[in-house]
Design a protein around this ligand. Sequence first.
Ligand SMILES: NC(=O)c1ccc[n+]([C@@H]2O[C@H](COP(=O)([O-])OP(=O)(O)OC[C@H]3O[C@@H](n4cnc5c(N)ncnc54)[C@H](OP(=O)(O)O)[C@@H]3O)[C@@H](O)[C@H]2O)c1
Length: 263
Amino acid sequence: MLCTAADRAGVRRGRRGRQGGQPGEEVERRRRGVLSEKPLEGPKQSGSLAEYTAVEERLLALKPEGLDFAQAASLPLAVQTANGGLESAGLSAGKSVLVLGGAGGVGSLAIQTELNILAQCCSCRGVYGASKVAATASTKKIELLKSLGADVAIDYTKDNFEELPDKYDVVLDAVGQGDKAVKVVKEGGSVVVLTSAVSPPGFRFVVTSNGAVLEKLNPYLESGKVKPLIDLEGPFAFSQVVEAFSYLETGRATGKVVISPIP
Ligand SMILES: NC(=O)c1ccc[n+]([C@@H]2O[C@H](COP(=O)([O-])OP(=O)(O)OC[C@H]3O[C@@H](n4cnc5c(N)ncnc54)[C@H](OP(=O)(O)O)[C@@H]3O)[C@@H](O)[C@H]2O)c1
């Protein structure tokens, strides 16, 4: 099962590994194996468009029970980016958060992850438990933001978020609006941008994949507290790779674009 970027999910083949995974039939029966790359440490090759791939074991994590391969393949890069970005911004319970680009692959998972962060201490909300979660999207995706758990859904076609009165402890920018984002952060707060350079107090976060992060998030993924969001234009067949990437490049995808399976 394949996905765009460096995300993929599949069945383990080959030698028995340190993590106890078995090759062949048993592994297939267990239907496990979510793979993630570590792009910044110089992989010999990057990308996911292959039926078989060799990967270092430390980059593997078990596929969350209850998710199919398309759902699992949509997660690694995006959920690690959402989680890592929020962690690097110092998100903790009681803080308020704004996600710029809440309907995208990273943003949709960031909204849910924040809720869980904010809930760790409050037992009432999501991975980090924020006191307030706001997010931006265009008009037709406002209800989606709310369904993901956003308290405040800002329609960027109608309102400029930087002109609204609300300020936030953390702003996660998945769109490339870092210079506007620094205008809505509280004093002492953090602006983490994923796409471009930003002036202080903003900073850029770049994900580094690690199977351990997916293992940490596994309870949230298996319980459904954090759910993958797959764009309904897909999953695309392997023969539609060009169309899938063209669609992704429109910048209008809702959640993740998945390519699956290889026939
Ligand atoms: N730094 C890292 O480690 C890292 C890791 C992963 C991804 N990234 C980057 O992070 C960015 C986000 O990735 P992604 O996969 O989430 O992107 P994506 O899924 O392609 O984002 C598409 C979404 O962005 C929304 N959007 C577009 N313009 C917007 C605007 N002005 N305001 C609010 N929402 C807007 C769209 O909603 P509408 O249709 O409503 O506009 C769409 O739902 C990409 O540039 C990606 O390359 C960086």
